[in-house]
Every structure is written in C-alpha cells, then in structure tokens.
Write a protein that binds this ligand. Structure first.
Ligand SMILES: CC/C=C\C/C=C\CCC/C=C/CC(=O)SCCNC(=O)CCNC(=O)[C@H](O)C(C)(C)COP(=O)(O)OP(=O)(O)OC[C@H]1O[C@@H](n2cnc3c(N)ncnc32)[C@H](O)[C@@H]1OP(=O)(O)O
Length: 277
C-alpha cells in the first residue's frame, strides 16, 4: 500500500514506478460535493485480482457512506484500457482456497456495484473485455470513447471458459436474448459503434469521455434519491436476490469448472499467447 511508504518516498517516487503492492489500486476524488470519481489504477491493464475487487468494494462503501454523494463515475487511470477483466493469473493453477475466495470477491464486487444507491456512470475510455464489460454493465449508464479500435464484450468462450449464469443474465438484460446468445457463443468483442447499436453502451463521445461522464453524473445526481433508488431496486432487486441465494452454489460451479484439467490447459495457453503478443 502506498500509505506504508514514508511521506518522503510517497512524494518522490513517480506513480508510474510504483509496483502494484505499493499502489492504492484505486483513487477516489470528489469534483463536487454530490459526485465521486472512482479511478481504477492497477497497471498494466486494471485486471481484477482478489485484492483489486476487494479494494473497489471497500471504495464504493466509503463513497456511499457520505449521504451527500449521489453519483459515482467509474473510470480508469490507463488512457487505453478501462479494465481487461478478471486477472487470468488468479485462475491459472490456483489453490482451491484462493480460487474460492477470489470468486466470492468477484460476486461481492458485482453485487455491490449493481445494487449501490449511487447513480453509477461508466466512463469507458479504452478496451473493456469480459470482467471489464461486467463492471460497465453493472453501472447505470455507460459512455464509451468512439475510438474504433477499442473493444467491449464478453469473450470468455475464447479462453475456453463460460460466463457465470448471473453475468449471462446481466448481458441478456442489457442487450436482449438473441444478441446475447450470439455474443456469448462467439465470445464477441464489439467496436464502440456496434456496442452502441445493440445498446451495450448508451453514448459514444469523441471528446474526453470523462468530461461527458461528469456532465451525466450531474444530471443523475439531480434526481431526488428516494424515487430513483426505489426504481433501481424494482429493476435490479430480483437478480441481486437470486445470486445472494445461490452464492455458494455458484462458487462450487466456478471452482469445479476452473479446476478441470482441460480448462486449465486452455487458460495456460491463452496466457502464453497474451504474453507473447
Ligand atoms: C458452466 C459454467 C460454470 C461456471 C463458470 C464460471 C465461471 C467462469 C468465469 C469466467 C469469467 C471470466 C471473466 C473474465 O474477465 S476472464 C478475462 C478475460 N480478459 C481478457 O481476455 C483480456 C485479455 N487482455 C487483452 O486482450 C489485452 O491485454 C488488452 C486488449 C486488454 C490490452 O492490450 P495491450 O496490448 O495494451 O496489453 P497486453 O500486452 O496484451 O497486456 C499487458 C500485460 O497484461 C497482461 N494481461 C492482459 N490481460 C490480462 C488479464 N485479464 N489478466 C492478467 N493479465 C493480463 C498481459 O499478459 C501482459 O503481461 P506481460 O506480457 O507484460 O507480462
């Protein structure tokens, strides 16, 4: 943690040179009393390790604890990557105990972000595959950079794995059954233009995404909280309750699936290719 370094070291070491063990992993700022910005900061690609997921959850709770704050923008410190999704190394020859803990933290991350009383705006200024897309879909509103090379979607099948049932449900809820059926089977990653067409994102911008995200956060923050939150609970409550009831069953599915030798070989191969690239 950055806070473990001496004050002098904190001032003199460039943030770029810090290892992840020394980083805070996320940064929180408040551009105005009603708005918080939660910045993902886990180089190189903001992948979601056990510690990163726990840190995001802790940060959302910290922001929520201030009753004045109404909206939260989720962004990345990386100018080209929102999040590369789950940290694949967590699934590569893990111990069962760590793997189960990892998955419980991912479930908690989804449940916390999807159900927060805050209005959540995803400022997607870069690639957002798999777990990155999960983060974005868990928000209330998604704004993406129009840069054509960026990609967003659920590419799990390309790694030889499957999205868990609740991520599939979230995908279906967001883009509709048929598009989700094709997107999941092919592990399709969409360009920003395609993502807008299927409503995976709500808006594309050429200007810095964060500027528009802050404007939208202002708009969402101006809606009276009680009615806004009641609507959110009506729309999202059933999916949240369903996973709450099935959490341990889902941990078991995940563990058994990931620990299979064939799946392990697939993950190993995918990681090797990523590194070679
Ligand atoms: C019946 C079924 C029942 C149960 C099943 C249940 C559950 C299964 C769970 C499934 C859920 C999965 C969700 C996921 O999120 S899986 C992760 C998927 N993510 C990806 O495929 C993204 C991979 N990364 C990329 O495509 C690129 O890195 C990216 C486009 C994001 C950026 O490209 P760029 O060229 O800028 O960087 P790279 O050189 O590729 O990467 C830099 C280094 O970072 C490492 N890296 C990248 N992504 C990850 C990752 N997700 N996890 C860990 N490490 C990652 C990459 O290897 C490079 O490392 P070095 O080579 O520098 O060491």
């Amino acid at each position: 943690m950055l806070s473990r370094l001496s004050p002098l070291a904190q001032r003199t070491i460039s943030p770029r040179l810090l290892s992840n063990a020394q980083r805070t992993l996320v940064n929180i700022s408040y551009p105005s009393p009603k708005i918080a910005v939660l910045e993902l900061d886990r180089p190189p690609v903001n992948s979601l390790s056990l510690e990163m997921s726990a840190k995001i959850v802790e940060s959302i709770k910290e922001i929520e604890s201030n009753p004045e704050v109404q909206a939260m923008v989720l962004k990345s410190s990386n100018p080209k990557i929102f999040s590369a999704g789950l940290d694949i190394t967590e699934m590569n020859r893990p111990t069962v105990a760590r793997l189960e803990d990892f998955w419980r933290n991912i479930q908690t991350l989804f449940l916390t972000l999807y159900s927060t009383r805050l209005s959540t705006i995803a400022s997607i200024d870069g690639h957002s595959p798999a777990g990155g897309c999960l983060l974005a879909m868990s928000c209330d509103y998604r704004i993406m950079s129009a840069t054509p090379s960026y990609k967003i979607g659920l590419n799990e099948t390309k790694l030889g794995i499957a999205a868990p049932y609740w991520l599939k449900d979230l995908f279906v809820t967001t883009i509709g059954y048929r598009e989700a059926e094709v997107g999941l089977a092919l592990g399709k990653l969409y360009s920003p233009k395609e993502a807008l067409e299927i409503k995976l994102v709500d808006e594309l911008v050429d200007s810095p995404v964060i500027d528009v995200a802050l404007k939208r956060a202002d708009e969402w923050a101006s809606i009276p909280e009680k009615g806004r939150v009641a609507s959110k609970v009506m729309l999202r409550g059933a999916m949240i309750q369903d996973l709450e009831e099935k959490r341990e069953m889902d941990v078991g599915w995940f563990r058994d699936f990931i620990m299979e030798e064939g799946v392990q070989k697939g993950i190993e191969g995918y990681l090797k290719n990523l590194s070679k690239k």
